[in-house]
Write a protein that binds this ligand. Structure first.
Ligand code: SF4
Ligand code: SF4
Ligand code: SF4
Length: 312
Protein backbone atom coordinates (compact mmCIF):
# COMPACT_ATOMS: atom_id res chain seq x y z
CA UNK A 1 0.00 0.00 0.00
CA UNK A 2 2.84 2.35 0.92
CA UNK A 3 4.65 1.48 -2.29
CA UNK A 4 1.48 2.16 -4.30
CA UNK A 5 1.09 5.56 -2.61
CA UNK A 6 4.71 6.41 -3.41
CA UNK A 7 4.24 5.41 -7.04
CA UNK A 8 1.08 7.54 -7.32
CA UNK A 9 2.82 10.50 -5.66
CA UNK A 10 5.74 10.22 -8.09
CA UNK A 11 3.75 12.12 -10.70
CA UNK A 12 0.99 14.72 -10.45
CA UNK A 13 -2.39 13.86 -12.00
CA UNK A 14 -1.43 15.55 -15.28
CA UNK A 15 1.78 13.50 -15.40
CA UNK A 16 -0.20 10.28 -15.08
CA UNK A 17 -2.58 11.33 -17.85
CA UNK A 18 0.46 12.12 -20.05
CA UNK A 19 1.96 8.73 -19.16
CA UNK A 20 -1.22 6.84 -20.07
CA UNK A 21 -1.59 8.86 -23.28
CA UNK A 22 2.01 8.04 -24.24
CA UNK A 23 1.33 4.35 -23.67
CA UNK A 24 -1.89 4.60 -25.69
CA UNK A 25 -0.07 6.30 -28.57
CA UNK A 26 2.65 3.63 -28.46
CA UNK A 27 0.76 0.56 -27.42
CA UNK A 28 2.11 -1.55 -30.31
CA UNK A 29 -0.94 -3.84 -30.20
CA UNK A 30 -3.13 -1.10 -31.67
CA UNK A 31 -0.91 -0.80 -34.74
CA UNK A 32 -3.90 -1.66 -36.95
CA UNK A 33 -5.01 1.96 -36.35
CA UNK A 34 -2.05 3.56 -38.09
CA UNK A 35 -4.42 5.02 -40.67
CA UNK A 36 -5.97 7.16 -37.93
CA UNK A 37 -4.48 10.33 -36.48
CA UNK A 38 -3.99 10.82 -32.76
CA UNK A 39 -3.82 14.62 -32.29
CA UNK A 40 -0.37 14.72 -30.69
CA UNK A 41 3.24 14.67 -31.90
CA UNK A 42 4.09 10.97 -31.93
CA UNK A 43 6.19 9.54 -34.75
CA UNK A 44 4.46 7.19 -37.15
CA UNK A 45 7.71 5.31 -37.78
CA UNK A 46 8.17 4.45 -34.11
CA UNK A 47 8.09 0.63 -33.92
CA UNK A 48 5.43 0.79 -31.19
CA UNK A 49 3.31 3.66 -32.63
CA UNK A 50 -0.40 2.95 -32.72
CA UNK A 51 -1.55 5.88 -34.85
CA UNK A 52 -0.41 8.28 -37.56
CA UNK A 53 1.17 11.62 -36.69
CA UNK A 54 -1.09 14.42 -37.99
CA UNK A 55 1.90 16.58 -38.98
CA UNK A 56 3.45 13.69 -40.88
CA UNK A 57 0.13 13.10 -42.67
CA UNK A 58 -0.27 16.81 -43.53
CA UNK A 59 3.20 17.19 -45.03
CA UNK A 60 2.95 13.94 -46.98
CA UNK A 61 -0.26 15.25 -48.52
CA UNK A 62 1.50 18.53 -49.35
CA UNK A 63 4.44 16.60 -50.82
CA UNK A 64 2.17 14.55 -53.08
CA UNK A 65 -0.12 17.45 -54.06
CA UNK A 66 2.06 19.10 -56.72
CA UNK A 67 2.55 15.97 -58.80
CA UNK A 68 -1.13 15.08 -58.52
CA UNK A 69 -2.21 18.57 -59.62
CA UNK A 70 0.20 18.45 -62.54
CA UNK A 71 -1.27 15.11 -63.55
CA UNK A 72 -4.66 16.84 -63.71
CA UNK A 73 -6.15 15.76 -60.38
CA UNK A 74 -8.89 18.11 -59.08
CA UNK A 75 -7.87 20.45 -56.23
CA UNK A 76 -10.38 18.87 -53.82
CA UNK A 77 -8.71 15.46 -54.22
CA UNK A 78 -5.34 16.70 -52.87
CA UNK A 79 -6.70 18.44 -49.77
CA UNK A 80 -6.27 16.13 -46.74
CA UNK A 81 -9.81 16.62 -45.43
CA UNK A 82 -9.56 13.74 -42.98
CA UNK A 83 -6.43 15.05 -41.21
CA UNK A 84 -7.60 18.67 -41.24
CA UNK A 85 -11.06 17.62 -40.06
CA UNK A 86 -9.59 15.62 -37.16
CA UNK A 87 -7.35 18.51 -36.09
CA UNK A 88 -10.10 21.11 -36.42
CA UNK A 89 -12.54 18.92 -34.50
CA UNK A 90 -10.16 18.31 -31.59
CA UNK A 91 -8.93 21.88 -31.39
CA UNK A 92 -12.45 23.33 -31.68
CA UNK A 93 -13.57 21.12 -28.79
CA UNK A 94 -10.51 21.13 -26.56
CA UNK A 95 -8.27 24.02 -27.62
CA UNK A 96 -4.75 22.96 -26.66
CA UNK A 97 -5.57 20.47 -23.92
CA UNK A 98 -3.88 17.87 -26.16
CA UNK A 99 -0.59 19.74 -25.65
CA UNK A 100 -0.89 20.09 -21.91
CA UNK A 101 -2.30 16.66 -21.13
CA UNK A 102 -1.80 14.15 -23.96
CA UNK A 103 1.24 14.84 -26.12
CA UNK A 104 4.17 12.45 -25.54
CA UNK A 105 6.76 14.93 -26.80
CA UNK A 106 5.44 17.73 -24.60
CA UNK A 107 5.69 15.35 -21.65
CA UNK A 108 9.18 14.26 -22.69
CA UNK A 109 10.38 17.87 -22.60
CA UNK A 110 8.82 18.36 -19.16
CA UNK A 111 10.60 15.27 -17.83
CA UNK A 112 13.93 16.45 -19.24
CA UNK A 113 13.43 19.89 -17.71
CA UNK A 114 12.32 18.62 -14.31
CA UNK A 115 15.71 19.18 -12.75
CA UNK A 116 16.84 21.84 -15.18
CA UNK A 117 16.87 25.61 -15.00
CA UNK A 118 13.25 25.95 -16.17
CA UNK A 119 13.68 29.34 -17.80
CA UNK A 120 10.89 30.64 -20.03
CA UNK A 121 11.49 31.08 -23.73
CA UNK A 122 11.17 34.68 -25.02
CA UNK A 123 7.61 35.55 -26.06
CA UNK A 124 8.46 36.47 -29.67
CA UNK A 125 9.74 32.95 -30.42
CA UNK A 126 6.19 31.58 -30.24
CA UNK A 127 5.54 33.13 -33.67
CA UNK A 128 8.26 30.91 -35.20
CA UNK A 129 5.88 27.96 -34.85
CA UNK A 130 3.64 29.42 -37.56
CA UNK A 131 6.66 29.74 -39.86
CA UNK A 132 7.44 26.09 -39.15
CA UNK A 133 3.84 25.10 -39.97
CA UNK A 134 3.63 27.02 -43.23
CA UNK A 135 7.20 26.64 -44.50
CA UNK A 136 8.38 23.22 -43.28
CA UNK A 137 5.08 21.35 -43.30
CA UNK A 138 3.31 22.86 -46.32
CA UNK A 139 5.38 25.00 -48.69
CA UNK A 140 8.73 23.16 -48.85
CA UNK A 141 7.16 19.66 -49.05
CA UNK A 142 4.82 20.97 -51.77
CA UNK A 143 7.68 22.27 -53.94
CA UNK A 144 10.24 19.54 -53.23
CA UNK A 145 7.90 16.56 -52.97
CA UNK A 146 9.64 15.53 -49.75
CA UNK A 147 8.50 15.53 -46.13
CA UNK A 148 11.01 18.02 -44.77
CA UNK A 149 9.59 18.51 -41.32
CA UNK A 150 9.89 14.76 -40.66
CA UNK A 151 13.48 14.78 -41.90
CA UNK A 152 14.33 17.24 -39.11
CA UNK A 153 11.78 16.34 -36.41
CA UNK A 154 13.40 15.55 -33.01
CA UNK A 155 10.44 13.36 -32.05
CA UNK A 156 11.07 11.38 -35.24
CA UNK A 157 14.71 11.01 -34.17
CA UNK A 158 13.74 9.84 -30.70
CA UNK A 159 11.06 7.37 -31.73
CA UNK A 160 12.11 6.37 -35.25
CA UNK A 161 15.73 7.15 -36.14
CA UNK A 162 17.19 5.66 -32.94
CA UNK A 163 15.17 2.45 -32.49
CA UNK A 164 14.79 1.48 -36.16
CA UNK A 165 18.51 0.81 -36.87
CA UNK A 166 18.75 -0.98 -33.52
CA UNK A 167 15.93 -3.32 -34.47
CA UNK A 168 16.87 -3.69 -38.15
CA UNK A 169 20.66 -4.09 -38.57
CA UNK A 170 20.30 -3.92 -42.41
CA UNK A 171 19.39 -0.25 -42.07
CA UNK A 172 22.69 0.71 -40.43
CA UNK A 173 24.66 0.74 -43.68
CA UNK A 174 22.19 3.26 -45.14
CA UNK A 175 22.52 5.88 -42.42
CA UNK A 176 23.73 9.14 -43.93
CA UNK A 177 24.23 12.79 -43.06
CA UNK A 178 20.52 13.40 -42.52
CA UNK A 179 20.45 10.75 -39.80
CA UNK A 180 23.26 12.47 -37.92
CA UNK A 181 21.68 15.89 -38.46
CA UNK A 182 18.40 14.64 -37.03
CA UNK A 183 20.16 13.23 -33.98
CA UNK A 184 21.99 16.52 -33.53
CA UNK A 185 18.64 18.37 -33.58
CA UNK A 186 17.32 15.97 -30.94
CA UNK A 187 20.43 16.59 -28.80
CA UNK A 188 19.96 20.37 -29.11
CA UNK A 189 16.27 20.02 -28.21
CA UNK A 190 17.10 17.97 -25.12
CA UNK A 191 19.79 20.47 -24.05
CA UNK A 192 17.35 23.34 -24.61
CA UNK A 193 14.61 21.53 -22.63
CA UNK A 194 17.05 21.34 -19.74
CA UNK A 195 17.40 25.11 -19.74
CA UNK A 196 14.03 26.38 -20.99
CA UNK A 197 10.55 25.08 -20.35
CA UNK A 198 9.20 23.15 -23.33
CA UNK A 199 11.29 25.01 -25.93
CA UNK A 200 10.16 22.88 -28.87
CA UNK A 201 6.47 23.43 -27.99
CA UNK A 202 7.02 27.14 -27.53
CA UNK A 203 9.15 27.97 -30.56
CA UNK A 204 9.02 25.17 -33.14
CA UNK A 205 6.07 22.80 -33.07
CA UNK A 206 3.74 23.21 -36.06
CA UNK A 207 1.05 21.07 -34.43
CA UNK A 208 0.94 23.36 -31.41
CA UNK A 209 0.73 26.30 -33.84
CA UNK A 210 -2.30 24.73 -35.52
CA UNK A 211 -4.05 24.18 -32.17
CA UNK A 212 -3.22 27.76 -31.13
CA UNK A 213 -5.37 29.09 -33.96
CA UNK A 214 -8.44 27.77 -32.13
CA UNK A 215 -7.56 28.50 -28.51
CA UNK A 216 -9.72 31.62 -28.25
CA UNK A 217 -12.69 30.06 -30.02
CA UNK A 218 -12.72 26.51 -28.70
CA UNK A 219 -15.49 24.99 -26.62
CA UNK A 220 -12.99 24.70 -23.77
CA UNK A 221 -12.11 28.08 -22.28
CA UNK A 222 -10.14 29.44 -19.37
CA UNK A 223 -11.68 32.40 -17.53
CA UNK A 224 -10.18 34.94 -15.19
CA UNK A 225 -12.34 36.62 -12.55
CA UNK A 226 -10.60 39.82 -11.45
CA UNK A 227 -13.02 40.29 -8.53
CA UNK A 228 -11.48 37.25 -6.83
CA UNK A 229 -7.84 37.98 -7.67
CA UNK A 230 -5.72 39.32 -4.80
CA UNK A 231 -2.65 39.79 -7.01
CA UNK A 232 -0.54 37.14 -5.26
CA UNK A 233 1.23 36.38 -8.60
CA UNK A 234 1.20 32.61 -8.00
CA UNK A 235 -0.35 31.92 -11.41
CA UNK A 236 2.30 34.07 -13.13
CA UNK A 237 5.10 32.27 -11.33
CA UNK A 238 3.61 28.84 -12.12
CA UNK A 239 2.95 29.38 -15.82
CA UNK A 240 5.55 27.39 -17.78
CA UNK A 241 5.06 29.52 -20.88
CA UNK A 242 5.71 32.87 -19.23
CA UNK A 243 2.13 34.06 -19.70
CA UNK A 244 0.41 36.35 -17.23
CA UNK A 245 -2.95 34.53 -17.15
CA UNK A 246 -4.60 37.57 -15.57
CA UNK A 247 -4.01 39.59 -18.71
CA UNK A 248 -4.00 36.99 -21.49
CA UNK A 249 -5.77 33.95 -20.17
CA UNK A 250 -6.43 32.33 -23.57
CA UNK A 251 -3.11 33.32 -25.09
CA UNK A 252 -1.98 31.60 -28.31
CA UNK A 253 1.17 30.56 -26.42
CA UNK A 254 -0.83 28.78 -23.69
CA UNK A 255 -0.34 25.00 -23.69
CA UNK A 256 -3.42 24.39 -21.50
CA UNK A 257 -1.47 22.76 -18.72
CA UNK A 258 -4.01 24.32 -16.32
CA UNK A 259 -1.33 25.07 -13.71
CA UNK A 260 -2.78 28.58 -13.36
CA UNK A 261 -6.16 27.14 -12.32
CA UNK A 262 -4.50 26.15 -9.02
CA UNK A 263 -5.17 29.75 -7.96
CA UNK A 264 -5.93 29.53 -4.22
CA UNK A 265 -8.64 32.19 -4.64
CA UNK A 266 -10.45 30.40 -7.45
CA UNK A 267 -9.95 33.36 -9.77
CA UNK A 268 -8.99 31.23 -12.78
CA UNK A 269 -11.22 28.47 -14.05
CA UNK A 270 -10.90 26.25 -17.07
CA UNK A 271 -13.97 24.44 -18.26
CA UNK A 272 -16.28 23.79 -21.22
CA UNK A 273 -18.14 26.96 -22.26
CA UNK A 274 -21.53 25.37 -21.62
CA UNK A 275 -20.69 25.35 -17.90
CA UNK A 276 -20.14 29.11 -18.15
CA UNK A 277 -23.49 29.48 -19.87
CA UNK A 278 -25.24 27.30 -17.28
CA UNK A 279 -23.66 29.30 -14.45
CA UNK A 280 -24.77 32.55 -16.11
CA UNK A 281 -28.31 31.26 -16.55
CA UNK A 282 -28.44 30.09 -12.94
CA UNK A 283 -27.29 33.55 -11.84
CA UNK A 284 -29.96 35.25 -13.93
CA UNK A 285 -32.64 32.91 -12.61
CA UNK A 286 -31.53 33.57 -9.04
CA UNK A 287 -31.64 37.31 -9.54
CA UNK A 288 -35.00 37.33 -11.29
CA UNK A 289 -36.46 35.24 -8.45
CA UNK A 290 -35.43 37.78 -5.84
CA UNK A 291 -38.16 40.07 -4.53
CA UNK A 292 -36.17 41.84 -1.83
CA UNK A 293 -37.10 45.26 -3.22
CA UNK A 294 -40.73 44.35 -2.62
CA UNK A 295 -40.03 43.07 0.89
CA UNK A 296 -37.97 46.02 2.08
CA UNK A 297 -36.82 49.31 0.73
CA UNK A 298 -33.68 49.29 2.91
CA UNK A 299 -31.32 47.64 0.42
CA UNK A 300 -32.52 49.34 -2.76
CA UNK A 301 -29.79 51.51 -4.18
CA UNK A 302 -27.02 49.88 -2.10
CA UNK A 303 -23.95 48.67 -4.06
CA UNK A 304 -24.89 44.98 -3.82
CA UNK A 305 -28.58 45.47 -4.48
CA UNK A 306 -29.85 42.73 -6.83
CA UNK A 307 -32.45 44.98 -8.37
CA UNK A 308 -29.59 47.00 -9.82
CA UNK A 309 -28.18 43.85 -11.41
CA UNK A 310 -31.55 43.17 -12.98
CA UNK A 311 -31.69 46.57 -14.55
CA UNK A 312 -28.29 46.12 -16.27
S1 SF4 B 1 3.31 21.96 -29.02
FE1 SF4 B 1 4.38 20.44 -27.75
S2 SF4 B 1 2.76 19.40 -26.68
FE2 SF4 B 1 1.79 20.46 -28.42
S3 SF4 B 1 1.78 18.97 -30.09
FE3 SF4 B 1 3.69 20.11 -30.26
S4 SF4 B 1 5.20 18.91 -29.14
FE4 SF4 B 1 3.19 18.20 -28.52
S1 SF4 C 1 -3.01 33.06 -8.37
FE1 SF4 C 1 -5.10 33.82 -8.34
S2 SF4 C 1 -5.15 35.44 -6.81
FE2 SF4 C 1 -2.98 35.07 -7.29
S3 SF4 C 1 -2.55 36.57 -8.93
FE3 SF4 C 1 -3.17 34.67 -9.95
S4 SF4 C 1 -5.35 34.91 -10.29
FE4 SF4 C 1 -4.77 36.46 -8.77
S1 SF4 D 1 -1.74 30.30 -18.93
FE1 SF4 D 1 -2.23 28.66 -17.48
S2 SF4 D 1 -2.84 26.92 -18.76
FE2 SF4 D 1 -1.74 28.37 -20.09
S3 SF4 D 1 0.37 27.68 -20.05
FE3 SF4 D 1 0.17 29.23 -18.45
S4 SF4 D 1 -0.30 28.05 -16.59
FE4 SF4 D 1 -0.63 26.69 -18.33
Amino acid sequence: MRLLRRIVAWLPLRGWVQFVSTLFANSYFLSGFKGFCYPVLNCWSCPTASFACPIGALQNSAAAARLSLRAGAPLASVIPFYVLGTLVLFSALFGRLMCGWLCPFGWFQELVGRRGKRLRIPGWTTYLRYVSLVVLVLVIPYYTGEAWFSKLCPMGALEGSIPQPLLQPDLRSQLGMMWYLKLAILAVTIAAAYVWRRPFCGAVCPLGAFFSLFVRYSAWQTRFDDRRCVDCQLCVRNCPQGIDPRRDVNSHACISCLECTKCPYDAIKSQPIWRDLLAKEAGTARRSGITCHEATEVCVGKPDCHTQDDSK
